[in-house]
Design a binder for this molecule. Structure first.
Ligand code: 2BA
Length: 147
């Protein structure tokens, strides 16, 4: 059972738990798949946000979407990486959360998504809320409520 203090904790805004935009690996609208694959491979993340020059969120791009796109009948067509823009293969439907939303809302969304993009009233990208950060916070509060 969660203690009362933990219930209060669930009502806290996510503000203190996000990874800020400047630390989030991302690509820009108009970038080629080759660049996106480079960023994804170098950082080790399986999916990253696609932003525009004003830091507005437009989608998410994953290694799988890129490899699916260049999969030919009997070989991987690497040469196409320099022709395909991320805009045409990224997922345009994604879940986002407002910076003032609660930890509880983040927790609910993270059941089905490894990370959630955080936006403000102007829909500007502020960072991400990840499963790892949320799990770490939950673990802390569970242990506190057990003693
Ligand atoms: P994935 O890339 O599928 O990573 C799944 C989990 O594997 C991560 O969970 C983390 O625990 C670990 N991991 C993967 N690559 C890592 C790395 N380079 N350094 C440290 N740990 C790594 P979470 O940390 O909860 O992240 C969930 C998802 O959020 C990641 O899924 C990735 O898509 C995204 N993500 C996390 N941090 C990011 C960042 N700084 N920039 C861009 N995307 C990020």
């Amino acid at each position: 059972m969660l203690s009362v203090s933990s219930k209060e904790f669930l009502k806290l805004p996510i503000t203190d738990f996000i990874i800020s935009a400047d630390k989030v690996a991302h690509v820009q609208l108009g970038n080629y798949a080759e660049h996106a694959l480079l960023v994804l491979t170098k950082t080790g993340y399986s999916s990253i946000p696609v932003l525009d020059m004003s830091y507005r969120m437009h989608g998410m791009i994953s290694v799988q979407q890129i490899t699916d796109e260049i999969l030919g009948l009997d070989r991987i067509e690497y040469e196409r990486l320099a022709e395909i823009k991320v805009d045409s293969i990224m997922s345009k439907e994604f879940v986002k959360i407002h910076i003032n939303d609660t930890f509880q809302k983040g927790l609910d969304l993270l059941i089905n998504h490894p990370y959630i993009c955080v936006v403000d009233d102007q829909q500007t990208f502020l960072g991400i809320l990840t499963r790892r950060v949320v799990m770490k916070q939950l673990k802390k509060h569970l242990y506190v409520s057990m003693v």
